[in-house]
Design a protein. Structure first.
Length: 440
């Protein structure tokens, strides 16, 4: 058994036993009171699922196994200056910061597993070239499901206690192959199919950048940071929750991850990073300058809001402070990028938008989220095709959701099946509550 797999199952077995004992003793303890507004409001803030790999605090932001993003940048093994996503995956799976040697082992392991079957590319080539990159991405993942070890071993007869093993193998295979698939889609869609072979020496992120066609060392560092900070955002966000829900039916990691990517492609989720750049490009075109003043930006923001539209990249369902992922990218830009018009616009929008949104009196979180900055960094280095940005997000998100899927299997979590009600039930329930209150 390989060292990461061994360490993971030791950790998972211990936690599974602890959870079993806790539920036996305290399973009926009331965790939360559910309001009718939550029933109708997308189940916001209802604590009803377990997600081992990360936790989101409204003020502090995301923590991966207890580590904030600045702490990850400090403690994870680095590729050049930025943390390597291989190290984050090890951390999410084991709860431990890996050594340089362990990260190097994982890099080599993913390199061994990164071969993509030819039939996947043949399926992609059958699609129109103007098919959205996220559609191509999910088609490729579903096609790759033919390689699933979990599906094969389940059909052969597999003990529930062993579900975690082929789920881990599928997750490792899929993560290893995703950069090749994503790069193929990018080169096919935007560079006339002029593909670039994988590098035998680069790490996971550096090789991805290389296959995209970007060998600038600073861009490779950006990819390391980008793929680290986008990896997970606890389990309640749409893409993570979708992977959790679908995998709870015992769908294999390929089908589960593909379902999550369809959720990520929505405008209210991962597609937002594409919309941020489209909004900025439209603003600069209408203003006739790539260096607008803050007054011009404020006027354009007011126009956007007056049209009944939102300012993309601002607001978050949970966060009540600027997203630490936005801050991490701003710190990166301050270190690596000088005198960039597009980056300066992002920083000026950051100064202009929150006060305007606060003045409306209706916005709980007027602060930027991760999408507000990521596109500008990519544009600066020449990756200007915003239609591809959500695919980058998806490659990163695989690290978190597939690590969590391994935990789901190892802990033996059940099929997710929440109880739904009708509006008639809701009205009758409220009527009975009010009748009871009147009698009392």
């Amino acid at each position: 058994m390989d060292p990461l797999k061994q360490k993971f199952i030791e950790k998972a077995t211990a936690l599974r036993d602890r959870i079993k004992a806790m539920l036996k003793e305290d399973g009926e303890t009331i965790v939360d009171q559910v309001a009718m507004s939550q029933v109708y409001g997308g189940a916001r803030n209802i604590k009803m699922m377990v997600w081992e790999t990360s936790e989101l605090d409204p003020v502090e932001g995301i923590r991966f196994r207890g580590y904030s993003i600045p702490e990850l940048r400090q403690h994870l093994p680095k590729g050049d200056k930025e943390p390597r996503p291989e190290g984050l995956f090890w951390l999410m799976l084991t709860g431990e910061i890996p050594t340089d040697e362990e990260v190097e082992w994982l890099r080599n392991e993913w390199r061994k597993r990164n071969e993509v079957p030819t039939y996947v590319f043949e399926v992609l080539e059958a699609l129109p070239k103007d098919t959205h990159p996220m559609t191509q991405f999910t088609v490729a993942i579903n096609t790759l499901q033919n390689e699933s070890k979990f599906a094969r071993r389940y059909d052969e007869g597999l003990s529930k206690a062993d579900y975690w093993d082929p789920a881990y193998e599928d997750s490792m295979d899929l993560i290893a192959r995703l950069p090749r698939i994503a790069a193929y889609i990018y080169r096919r869609t935007y560079h006339d199919g002029r593909h670039i072979e994988a590098s035998p020496t680069e790490d996971w992120s550096g090789n991805f950048a290389h296959m995209l066609g970007f060998d600038n060392p600073d861009f490779k560092n950006l990819m390391r940071l980008y793929l680290t900070i986008h990896a997970d955002h606890e389990g309640g966000n749409a893409s993570a929750h979708t992977v959790h829900l679908v995998s709870s039916t015992l769908s294999d990691p390929y089908l589960s991850f593909a379902a999550g990517m369809n959720a990520l492609a929505g405008p209210l989720h991962g597609l937002a990073n594409q919309e941020v750049m489209n909004w900025i490009f439209e603003m600069t075109e209408k203003l006739g300058t790539t260096s607008p003043t803050k007054a011009q930006i404020a006027e354009y923001v007011e126009t956007t809001l007056a049209a009944g539209q939102v300012v993309p990249g601002y607001g978050h369902a949970v966060l009540r402070q600027p997203d630490p992922r936005f801050t991490a990218q701003k710190v990166f830009a301050e270190e690596y990028i000088k005198n960039s018009d597009i980056v300066q616009i992002v920083w000026d929008v950051f100064e202009v938008v929150p006060p305007i949104l606060q003045s409306l009196g209706k916005v709980k979180n007027p602060w930027p989220n991760v999408d507000a900055h990521s596109g500008a960094l990519l544009v600066h280095y020449g990756l200007k095709e915003s239609g591809f940005y959500t695919v980058l997000f998806g490659v990163s998100r695989a690290l978190g959701v597939l690590a969590a899927l391994c935990w789901l299997r190892a802990l033996g979590m059940p099929l997710e099946r929440p109880k739904s009600v009708t509006s008639d039930w809701a009205f009758n329930f409220l009527a009975k509550q009010k009748q009871g209150a009147a009698v009392n």
